[in-house]
Design a protein around this ligand. Structure first.
Ligand code: ZN
Length: 145
């Protein structure tokens, strides 16, 4: 699968992910989590710039389950564009650990498929070390919701 196709699929699969309410973006009120909330609130994932995502490569775990489902498409987009970046590496870690992956209503079959296709794409770009995480993530996202 080509990168354009992967990105298109991510975009359409996550287009109907509901936005979290402003008071449920984060789970924790420390300075770092509040800064993340202030950066993203009022914005769609498409509005988050690639450079913001690159600076925020390690922020996915701070989102609530619902916010993670909503905003993960921005991280997947940058990770697909830049498979050798920190964003890509941390997205892969996130997809392989199952932490806060239980949003209300779950991930749709299209979203799960987009993530599996993303993993199939990224698998061709990662080194041996990260290959372990691809294998773990693929197994995790194989389970049908
Ligand atoms: Zn915090």
């Amino acid at each position: 699968m080509e990168v354009d196709e992967v990105m298109q699929q991510i975009k359409s699969a996550f287009a109907d992910a509901p936005a979290p309410s402003e008071d449920s973006i984060i789970c924790h009120e420390c300075e770092e989590c509040l800064a993340l909330r202030d950066d993203v609130r009022g914005h769609t994932p498409d509005e988050l710039s690639d450079s913001w995502v690159e600076q925020s490569f390690d922020q996915l775990p701070f989102f609530s389950d619902d916010a993670k489902r909503y905003y993960i498409s921005a991280f997947l987009r940058v990770a697909a564009l830049k498979p050798d970046s920190l964003v890509s590496q941390y997205v892969l870690f996130s997809l392989s650990d199952g932490f806060r992956m239980q949003p209300s209503g779950g991930y749709s079959p299209q979203q799960r498929q987009a993530i599996r296709d993303f993993l199939g794409y990224i698998e061709t770009c990662v080194d041996e070390f990260d290959q372990e995480y691809v294998t773990k993530a693929k197994a995790l996202w194989q389970t049908v919701a």
